[in-house]
Design a protein around this ligand. Structure first.
Ligand code: AMP
Ligand code: MG
Length: 445
């Protein structure tokens, strides 16, 4: 087959010579098949990070932090005891040992939460609990296990070094330290750290609201009447779950019938959200009206065909400043297209610094063949043995086989030009389900 390309005012004319002779088709610029990489770059270029909001400390868990958190004080704020024991002057007990203990006078009993007003004198000790401030005049703490107290005296069986068993002021963080930087995902340790810094409210990036629309005359909601020709709109739920998995909030727009007015009405409702995702109706069938409707609503299509399998048709553009993704209808295609384009876009909107799924090398456990031309995403079961990852196909790879996504831990990605991979060869796998990697037993070394 031969192609001539003539640029005429943004229109390309493709003349293809097939066995039946030349055929002329008219394509507009945006109708050209683009690579996954180009499509992703176009999407990300159009996405802006949302603003910030203030949330209470515990609600910040899992959110992206929107401010640099500095310490306004030393933590711990004062020297304190790391042990239950006796605070003393190391000079007094430097010759203490198991065989020859040294006797000191216990002048106070100091629990955590109280400060001693005494200044220790030679030959004295203060009984001290973990976390209590180090009394004046003492320079070390001997563990209670190395002592025996008798009334108001204590026998010390071990010497100490100056500073021993003392946690010094600022050893955790110092006043002025940058403790958590903007863009960090808040985990339990960050929540604890911010609590210790006295931060009860935190600025985090907003969570986008993502409108999810399913299109198709054949669709009913999950408990709707199926009759002899309807199917359940599973995409509504898989897509809303993918949105939730990103940490964003799905807005259920429901199902639009394959009519221009119905579609326009739903898309218009969606413009109140931060992003719109639809599924179905973007292909070349008679009832695939999504692209037309979006164009009529003023969307400039940035692309609508991506060189990938599953999932070639995929319309992307902006309406009223909102990104709109017209994902393909087939259940696997919509999920995989979401993974490649929508998920990174949502994560970017939310201020995430890392927006891509982990990519690993794995050994293919079977031969795979494909046609050259598109990037293939093959659903795979991923296992790990002795530190090596292995990938086996989940079986049937049809774009309607949703069960293949249920089984998949990752996607083997084969580049456009590849035509085959042999069992034992290295493949690249995008991990989908990092929270499926569990240990079978505690496995401590
Ligand atoms: P379309 O791109 O609209 O032609 O849809 C392609 C295929 O995906 C058809 O078999 C549809 O029935 C199916 N499909 C479309 N939307 C959904 C949905 N929301 N849930 C499940 N399957 C769907
Ligand atoms: Mg349809």
């Amino acid at each position: 087959m031969l192609f001539f390309r003539i640029d005429l005012n943004r229109n390309y004319f493709f003349i293809s010579f097939k066995s039946r002779g030349p055929r002329l088709t008219n394509h507009t610029e945006e109708e050209i098949l683009i690579s996954v990489e180009e499509a992703l770059a176009l999407v990300l270029r159009s996405i802006e990070v949302l603003g910030l909001e203030k949330v209470d400390l515990l609600s910040s868990l899992g959110r992206v932090i929107g401010e640099d958190i500095y310490s306004l004080q030393d933590i711990p704020p004062w020297d304190n005891s790391a042990m239950d024991g006796y605070a003393l002057r190391h000079d007094d007990i430097k010759f203490a040992s198991l065989k020859s203990s040294i006797l000191l006078k216990v002048v106070e009993d100091l629990p955590a939460g109280f400060r001693s007003s005494k200044v220790l004198k030679k030959g004295e000790a203060i009984k001290i609990m973990t976390g209590a401030p180090i009394p004046q005049g003492t320079d070390s703490v001997v563990m209670v296990e190395d002592t025996v107290q008798e009334d108001t005296r204590v026998k010390i069986f071990k010497s100490t070094e100056p500073g021993e068993n003392i946690r010094s002021a600022g050893e955790d963080v110092r006043k002025g330290d940058l403790v958590i930087s903007r863009g960090t995902i808040v985990g339990p340790a960050e929540v604890g750290m911010m609590a210790s810094l006295g931060r009860s409210f935190i600025l985090v990036n907003q969570r986008p609201q993502i409108a999810v629309l399913s299109t198709g005359d054949e669709l009913v909601d999950v408990d709707g009447e199926l009759g002899s020709s309807k199917i359940i709109s599973s995409n509504s739920y898989s897509l809303m779950s993918q949105v939730k998995e990103c940490g964003a909030t799905p807005i259920q727009l429901g199902i639009a019938r394959d009519r221009r007015e119905a579609l326009e009405d739903k898309f218009r409702q969606g413009t109140r959200a931060d992003m719109i995702i639809s599924s179905g109706g973007v292909s070349v069938g008679d009832y695939d009206l999504v692209k037309d409707v979006l164009k009529k609503m003023g969307m400039k299509m940035k692309f609508w065909k991506v060189a990938m399998k599953p999932g070639r048709p995929l319309a992307f553009g902006m309406i009223a400043g909102r990104p709109v993704f017209g994902l393909p209808g087939n259940p696997v295609s919509s999920m995989i297209s979401f993974e490649q384009f929508v998920r990174p876009a949502i994560l970017k909107m939310m201020g995430h610094q890392s927006i891509y799924r982990p990519i690993i090398d794995a050994v293919a456990l079977e031969n795979i063949s494909k046609k050259s031309g598109r990037k293939h995403f093959i659903r795979a079961i991923v296992t790990c043995k002795d530190g090596v990852y292995y990938a086996a196909s989940t079986g049937g790879q049809g774009s309607g086989i949703l069960f293949s996504m249920v089984k998949a831990d990752g996607l083997v990605i084969l580049p456009e030009k590849a035509t085959e991979v042999k069992a034992g060869e290295k493949v690249v796998v995008q991990l989908l389900n990092t929270n499926r990697v569990f240990a079978e037993k505690p496995g401590y070394p």
